[in-house]
Design a protein around this ligand. Sequence first.
Ligand code: FMN
Length: 217
Amino acid sequence: MDIVTAAKNRYTTKAYNPDRKIPDDVFRQVLSVLQLSPSSVNSQPWHFIVASTAEGKARVAKGAQGGYSFNAPKITQASHVIVFCARVDADAGHQELLLSQEQRDGRYRTDDDKAAQAKARKFFVDQHRFQGKDMSHWLEKQVYLALGAGMLAAATLGIDTTPMEGVDTKAIDEEFGLHAKGLTSLMVLSLGYHADDDFNAKLPKSRLPEEQVFTFL
Ligand SMILES: Cc1cc2nc3c(=O)[nH]c(=O)nc-3n(C[C@H](O)[C@H](O)[C@H](O)COP(=O)(O)O)c2cc1C
């Protein structure tokens, strides 16, 4: 499928066909796109909790109770569900983890190259820690890049999705013990195939016009 057709076809699915499962080899492609997503200074400040069983989805759905219950069926009826989590800090330990991974992946010809990258990354991390004072906000932005990439990838594969910020992230954090791991949940993405009676599948897309959205120089 060409990418514009995929972008036009993608829409927020409101009801899933619980009997249709995404084949594993197709779903793995979405996961690869998440893992390959770009991030500032290659910080990769994410973790993805993937649920495909009824039990796993029920655990995620603990974040869709009370005022969030309108989103619960989109979690329990979908084929797969991904909780997008962000690191709360890019501390020295995480920076070291990144550096040693980059070394194993063959990014550095010399020790000087490696030291330069460590210094540059620390410079930007410290900017957000001390000047911007927006560390968690900055890290969360990186995770949202992965969300966009993952949703478009899913659309090209003919998979329907629902991004959901309408979840109780505190409840999800508790369910998965995220704070102890230096993580917080941001949102949930459901993936699968829409139900025949999904009202949103038939509605036209609505977007602001091109002349308002773009400036051409
Ligand atoms: C970050 C994010 C959070 C969203 N949260 C919810 C949600 O909790 N429940 C829901 O049904 N739709 C949710 N949406 C869907 C938006 O309402 C939808 O993307 C927007 O209206 C545009 O429609 P479209 O996705 O069908 O093109 C969310 C979308 C995004 C990108």
